[in-house]
Design a protein around this ligand. Structure first.
Ligand code: NAP
Length: 370
């Protein structure tokens, strides 16, 4: 749809996106969506989706707007839904309210929910889409990835020294980065639907993989890749305090009660390693939108080598650990320098004394999967 947008349109959609972001930690598995209803330059109603099962952004904004919705423009960051899910169709509510125009930032990739713009248009209401679409897709990178590619958006988090080392030779890695960086990681965990690690890290660090954050959030699924079920009894990930999935190789079955409080899932480990594509497909089936990997160099390297990482979240501490310490990633040797894949640096900031880099492994418009 080739629509032209005014400065007011842009301002209103930017506001709708800011509202959508309020659901960053809570809408999982639903997308983060915001809505603004405006009469010209005046906002008459606002809303955002807070939690799955609760009202969508549009009915909340319509309720605030009341009669002033008639003849107004609706700005919504995702196409209004056209289906009866846990709530009635938003497209119908907009039609009933008598709005004059609906502007969506992007279409809904969910085949069950999409089609709302067409339904609104059929009721002779003006429609437009594509306003601040890149921003809208980036906010819901995981939701779009799951529905368009059948796998979550995969973020690999690494804390390293300046010389790219992630643990001492004996496995000690607590702590390379400072408190501010570790607090920052908690926020990235909170927006993730799942946190994944490997058995190497589970054995070395006994991580909790939980979110320690005051803000309201949905507890992410904890996932451990452990082909031969070596996770020791008493490990934090087996304590039943958060939903947990232990992925193991087909054929290795638990013979004791260690795994009574978690779920087990078997994937093909025929080649000696778990099929990572199958792991991601299963996580998508479980409605995991954003997956955060917090593993060591072996599993992190395997995900990178399989081209299954979308985003690198890298904390660099101003210290040197030397070449006997563990590397950032174990990767196969390159035949030549120009065979090295280049990433795109999209953000650089500091967390206390540490540097935080965010990189995308694909093209900058990697949020478009179609
Ligand atoms: N600085 C950081 O950001 C950071 C973060 C996490 C960990 N660490 C450090 O990393 C160290 C552990 O690293 P690690 O490399 O030994 O452990 P890891 O990467 O966490 O786990 C590796 C294990 O995962 C299992 N695995 C299952 N499927 C796999 C697949 N498809 N490909 C590769 N591995 C697969 C393998 O064991 P099975 O074959 O038995 O399944 C493999 O040995 C610790 O010292 C920890 O402190 C540092």
């Amino acid at each position: 749809m080739n629509a032209t947008f005014s400065a007011t349109d842009e301002r209103m959609m930017a506001r709708a996106l800011a509202l959508a972001a309020r659901g960053l930690y809570t809408t999982q598995p639903n997308p983060r969506v915001g809505c603004v209803i405006a009469d010209g330059d005046t906002i008459v109603g606002e809303g955002w989706h807070g939690r799955a099962g609760e009202p969508h952004a549009e009915p909340i904004a319509l309720r605030e707007a009341g009669d002033r919705a008639r003849g107004a423009t609706v700005y919504v960051t995702l196409e209004p839904c056209a289906h009866h899910g846990r709530t009635p169709p938003c497209a119908d509510a907009l039609i009933e309210a008598g709005v004059a125009r609906v502007v969506a930032a992007t279409f809904d990739p969910n085949p069950k929910a999409g089609g709302g713009l067409a339904r609104v248009h059929a009721a002779r209401i003006d429609i437009a889409s594509g306003l601040l679409e890149d921003e809208a897709r980036a906010l819901n990178a995981g939701f779009f990835s799951r529905l368009e590619r059948g796998r979550p958006w995969v973020r690999l988090k690494i804390a390293a020294s300046l010389d790219g080392r992630t643990a001492l030779a004996d496995g000690e890695s607590k702590w390379i980065t400072g408190e501010a960086a570790r607090d920052d990681v908690q926020r990235w965990r909170a927006r993730s639907s799942a946190i994944l690690t490997g058995i190497g890290t589970a054995l070395a660090d006994d991580p909790r993989l939980s979110v320690r954050l005051d803000a309201d959030h949905v507890a992410p699924l904890r996932v451990v890749l452990d082909s031969s079920l070596r996770t020791p009894a008493g490990s934090h990930v087996l304590d039943g305090t958060a939903p947990t999935l232990i992925v193991h190789a087909t054929g290795s079955e638990p013979l004791d009660s260690r795994f009574d409080r978690v779920e087990l899932f078997a994937v093909d480990g025929g080649s000696g390693q778990l099929d990572l594509g199958a792991v991601l497909a299963e996580l998508a089936r479980r409605e995991v939108n954003e997956l955060q990997i917090e593993a060591g160099p072996i599993l992190g390297g395997a995900f990178i080598a399989a081209a299954l990482v979308d985003e690198l979240l890298l904390y660099l501490a101003p210290t040197l650990l030397g070449d006997t310490a563990q590397p950032m990633l174990r990767l196969p040797a390159l035949p030549a320098l120009d065979a090295a894949a280049r990433m795109t640096l999209v953000e650089q900031s500091t967390c206390g004394p540490d540097l935080r880099l965010r990189l995308l492994t694909g093209h900058p418009d990697v949020h478009r999967h179609r």
